[in-house]
Design a protein around this ligand. Structure first.
Ligand code: HEC
Ligand code: HEC
Ligand code: HEC
Ligand code: HEC
Ligand code: HEC
Ligand code: HEC
Ligand code: HEC
Ligand code: HEC
Ligand code: HEC
Length: 371
């Protein structure tokens, strides 16, 4: 292309080889796209003649003429080399189903000439960030097997990039997850507790619970989390998850003979639904005031029941553990300290000569006397 020496064009050739601009044969090796690709996309060289904005420049031949490169950005439009007239997103692999997340998997260049774009090392094309590596520092794209592994999004699963068969609801996590087994009876639908995946909060880095999920969503009812129903759905006091809860905690029972017992007397109460240790407590029954719950026989040996061995069974519905001589003798012969108790008849009226007796103060740890 010297300017000083006059010469003839080779037949059929112009400034470029034959086929260079033959849009009908874009796949032919001579088409300029392939030259560019093979040579690291040297667009700067093209600008020397076709102009800094590709609209003609020194040679007066615009790249936008003939209806080519019509995007305002000309050949540097992101969709020119990969993607489509809509943008840079390639149609390869699973790109079409990861619409919103370029930057999650790539360093996205702001312009064609950005360092690390065209000259990117093949091994570094995928560089995870954001949600892909959330709580998943080992997330990796494994080119040799064509899979992503250890990403936050896919959990324990490693889907094949080129397999577009839709992943089912259990494709990334269980449907429901294994840790939902305690409340399995409630999981025929997920939207009782979670927003629907379509609500825009799915795979956003947070496990979203609906604000309507409360303490009685899984156990208990009304304003008390105490069973019934138990987690299993059981409602009978003869079943272990229900047991003597109401007898202990309900102030509504008309035949109460002892004060209502706070949950804290027998449990560590979670401060919130997602409090650590709640769903899998180290010990389900925790007795801070001493005593022992035998989880094999479900019996208690505690001060309240005068430390009887074996103590009453949690699922005993016979009423026997409530009898007036079930905990202390009626009246006691000796006190716990071994001192003799006044000898009187086993009639409540006689007790009231010395004691006050009121369900609100009975079994509260203090022996009550008349003032
Ligand atoms: C030395 C100047 C020069 C350089 C550098 C140059 N071109 Fe050209 N190009 C021309 C000229 C002159 C034409 C006009 C057609 C002809 O005379 O062959 C042309 C035509 C074209 C055409 C056909 C345009 C049409 O409307 O038919 C394309 C496509 C093209 N060039 C692409 C490129 C690309 C891609 C590069 C960079 C790799 C490039 N050119 C670099 C001078 C140049
Ligand atoms: C001139 C051609 C060309 C243009 C225009 C172009 N790219 Fe690229 N792009 C490439 C090449 C080549 C690669 C290297 C990967 C490959 O081999 O396909 C690449 C890779 C990428 C990658 C993945 C890997 C990486 O980290 O670099 C992204 C994302 C990307 N381009 C986005 C864009 C965006 C956004 C634009 C517009 C600002 C753009 N591209 C414009 C040629 C181009
Ligand atoms: C979920 C991860 C993921 C997302 C999101 C993603 N890509 Fe990719 N991209 C890949 C993988 C995997 C490859 C294949 C890399 C390889 O072959 O080593 C790839 C390859 C590419 C390439 C190289 C050419 C090709 O088709 O293989 C370009 C360019 C690219 N992506 C651009 C984009 C752009 C632009 C977006 C956003 C619109 C995007 N990607 C979103 C994972 C992703
Ligand atoms: C691509 C992997 C993937 C697939 C497929 C998937 N999930 Fe998820 N899902 C997640 C991740 C990751 C979470 C963790 C919480 C988050 O980031 O939103 C999650 C959380 C959830 C949650 C808890 C609430 C929430 O949004 O945080 C529900 C409910 C759920 N998914 C239901 C479904 C259903 C229903 C389907 C099938 C339509 C499904 N998931 C398919 C990845 C997936
Ligand atoms: C009774 C309420 C309830 C129902 C119904 C429910 N979940 Fe959950 N889910 C939870 C709670 C509570 C968490 C734990 C939230 C936390 O730890 O932040 C959770 C957490 C999750 C998580 C995060 C990962 C994990 O294992 O903790 C996924 C995924 C999930 N649920 C999916 C589902 C799917 C799918 C369904 C329906 C098949 C479903 N859930 C039904 C209450 C429920
Ligand atoms: C998503 C279902 C679910 C919700 C909602 C829920 N729980 Fe629980 N709760 C459980 C599970 C599971 C256990 C453990 C049972 C086991 O280990 O047998 C439990 C145990 C308990 C226990 C006894 C053991 C302990 O040490 O934690 C108490 C007390 C309790 N929950 C109170 C609450 C309170 C208060 C709320 C509201 C802040 C609540 N629960 C909301 C599922 C739930
Ligand atoms: C007198 C002691 C006591 C009190 C008070 C008590 N619980 Fe319990 N709770 C138990 C025992 C015993 C179990 C059964 C333990 C077992 O099966 O090993 C139990 C089990 C549970 C369970 C698990 C149920 C299931 O389905 O497996 C929950 C939830 C629970 N209690 C919540 C509460 C709440 C909430 C309160 C307060 C409103 C409360 N408890 C008060 C003794 C008590
Ligand atoms: C669950 C075990 C238990 C049962 C059943 C029981 N008591 Fe008691 N009672 C106690 C304890 C413990 C005390 C010691 C004082 C305290 O903690 O309130 C006590 C104390 C008393 C006192 C002394 C006054 C007081 O309240 O301190 C009287 C009177 C009494 N009981 C009467 C009865 C009668 C009447 C019945 C049958 C209706 C009965 N008790 C059943 C555990 C029990
Ligand atoms: C004449 C008064 C008197 C009468 C009547 C009486 N008590 Fe007492 N009671 C006492 C005294 C005094 C103590 C405390 C003894 C001590 O601490 O040494 C006591 C203690 C108790 C205790 C606590 C024992 C312990 O182990 O700490 C119980 C339970 C009790 N009485 C139940 C009864 C019952 C039930 C009746 C009626 C059947 C009754 N008392 C009638 C005077 C009386």
């Amino acid at each position: 292309m010297g300017c000083s020496a006059e010469r003839e064009r080779a037949p059929g050739e112009g400034a470029h080889p034959v086929g260079w601009a033959d849009i009908q044969n874009q796949d032919a090796p001579a088409f300029h796209r392939h030259f560019l690709r093979a040579n690291g996309e040297p667009l700067a060289r093209c600008r020397e003649c076709h102009g800094s904005d590709y609209s003609g420049g020194a040679v007066g031949v615009s790249c936008r003429s003939s209806g080519c490169h019509t995007n305002p950005e000309g050949p540097e439009f992101c969709g020119t080399c990969h993607g489509s007239d809509k943008g840079a997103r390639p149609s390869t692999g699973a790109h079409s189903i990861h619409i919103a997340y370029c930057t999650t998997c790539h360093n996205v260049p702001t312009q064609v000439s950005a360092p690390g774009h065209i000259d990117v090392d093949a091994a570094a094309i995928v560089q995870f960030s954001g949600i892909a590596v959330l709580r998943s520092p080992n997330a990796v794209w494994n080119k040799s097997i064509g899979r992503c592994t250890d990403t936050y999004c896919h959990g324990a699963q490693s889907p094949v990039w080129t397999n577009l068969t839709p992943i089912g609801c259990d494709g990334c996590h269980g449907h429901p997850p294994d840790d939902h087994s305690p409340w399995k009876r409630l999981t025929s639908t997920c939207i009782g507790c979670h927003p629907a995946p379509e609500a825009g909060r799915h795979i956003n880095g947070n496990v979203d619970l609906l604000a309507t999920v409360n303490c009685t969503s899984c156990h208990g009812q009304g304003n008390s989390a105490a069973p019934p129903p138990a987690l299993s759905g059981a409602t009978s006091a003869s079943e272990r998850g229900v047991g003597a809860h109401q007898r202990h905690v309900s102030s509504a029972l008309s035949d109460r003979m002892g004060r209502a017992v706070p949950c804290q007397t027998c449990h560590i109460v979670p401060a919130s639904i997602t409090a650590p240790g709640h769903f899998k407590p180290d010990v389900l029954v925790h007795l801070p005031n001493g005593g022992r719950f035998d989880s094999t026989t479900a019996t208690c040996t505690v001060d309240c029941h005068y430390n009887k061995i074996p103590g009453p069974s949690w699922t005993d519905t016979s009423g026997k553990p409530r009898q007036c001589n079930a905990c202390h003798e009626f009246p006691p012969v000796t006190t716990r300290n071994g001192t003799p108790h006044p000898s009187v008849n086993g009639v409540l009226a006689e007790c009231l000569a010395c004691h006050t007796y009121d369900p609100a103060t009975h079994v509260n740890g203090i022996v009550n006397f008349l003032p």
